[in-house]
Design a protein around this ligand. Structure first.
Ligand code: UFG
Length: 343
């Protein structure tokens, strides 16, 4: 992609202070794209956004604010990461998810159309598939989410498809599998307290923040009885967004819906063993019952993204993903200690 095309396409990243959004900001900036961030800092962190990136604090559903940003920044593409992401919370409080994910996305898409923004990239999820009958799961598999989180994202995908058919805008919906790891340069990582994701939990245990890791279910129909997932490094995922944007610019008549995973699975035990190997110590495991709603195995069929984008993952080695997650955990502890010393 030549540089002019990039400078002619300023990008607005919503949720750019969050885990995945902040890595997208780094990937865009590293590749020379002008980028601005809109984040309400409810779950994001101001420190996750580089100081030289214009930052707007507010909600994506604030149409006046979005209109002002688009006009000030000349925004030509929106990458939309902002939203709520905790699956059990979506079951307990579905209306929060339909507000923060579906309704807020509707408002943002409306503002984008109103302002004539031609490209939109949406943070979707493998949760749109529910419990797939066939694994690896391809994009054409039935979409039957088993929780409001998955539905809230699937509804947004539907809106984008209908809007792109009616207005001069194309979009990419990227369905993430299990995102993990941290920026290799340790500029960002998963910072949310109380995280429940396996690799985050495991590195917290390795860093001494937890006593043990619970293995939720050891009687699944998988090689070692524990759940199998397709873990993708957050920086590889971020680069996929940049490449998707280039594809949208290259062919404004085409929209894309793509799985983002590597197409291979690791069990819970394999993940924990990898953490042990990386640290040279042993995490304490406890065996617990299955967690409600967990599929035995969730692996992406990555054929479409491989065929569509020149995407060459750099950090797919599980030990690398774990090492980067661990590095960030250490940095986070140092940052929190420094904060404690200063305050
Ligand atoms: N697990 C444990 N112990 C833990 C945490 C997780 O054994 O402490 C197991 C789970 O049972 C599962 C695997 O590790 O087998 C991965 O669990 P995560 O919680 O890390 O991730 P999920 O696969 O449940 O969730 C992911 C995304 C969600 C998305 C969902 C779709 O993080 O955003 O897939 O199924 F909605």
């Amino acid at each position: 992609m030549n540089r002019n095309l990039q400078t002619e396409c300023p990008v607005l990243v919503t949720g750019g202070a969050g885990y995945i959004g902040s890595h997208a900001v780094l990937a865009l900036r590293d590749a020379g794209w002008p980028v601005a961030v809109l984040d309400n800092l409810v779950t994001g962190f101001r420190f996750a956004v580089p100081d030289d990136v214009p930052f707007y604090e507010g909600d994506v559903s604030d149409a006046d604010l979005v209109a002002r940003i688009v006009s000030e920044r000349g925004t030509r593409a929106i990458m939309h990461f902002a939203g709520s992401v905790v699956v059990p919370e979506s079951v307990a409080d579905p209306l929060k998810y339909y507000a923060n994910n579906t309704a807020a996305s509707r408002a943002l898409i409306a503002a984008a159309i109103e302002a004539g923004v031609p490209h939109f990239i949406f943070s979707s999820t493998a949760a749109t598939y529910g419990v797939p009958e066939i694994s690896p799961v391809s994009e054409d598999a039935p979409k039957v989410p088993i929780n409001p989180y998955g539905w809230s994202k699937l509804m947004t995908e539907r809106m984008l498809a209908d809007v792109a058919a009616a207005h001069p805008m194309n979009y990419a919906a990227l369905r993430y599998f299990n995102v993990a790891g941290a920026d290799p340069q340790m500029r960002s990582g998963q910072s949310t307290a109380g995280a429940t994701h396996l690799i985050k939990v495991a590195v917290e245990a390795a860093a001494g923040k937890r006593d043990s890791v619970a293995i939720f279910g050891s009687d699944y129909d998988t090689p070692d009885g524990t759940g199998v997932r397709d873990y993708i490094h957050v920086s590889d995922l971020a680069v996929a967004h940049v490449l998707a944007l280039e594809a949208l610019i290259a062919d404004p008549g085409r929209s894309l819906t793509m799985n983002c995973g590597y197409g291979r699975g690791f069990s819970v035990r394999e993940v924990l063993d990898t953490v042990d190997r990386v640290t040279g110590a042993a995490i304490t495991r406890t065996l617990e019952p299955r967690r409600a709603g967990d599929p035995a195995s969730l692996i992406s069929d990555p054929s479409r993204i491989r065929a569509t984008l020149p995407w060459r993952p750099q950090h797919h080695d599980l030990a690398t993903i774990v090492a980067h997650a661990l590095g960030w955990e250490t940095k986070l502890a140092e940052m929190r200690n420094a904060e404690g010393d200063n305050g």
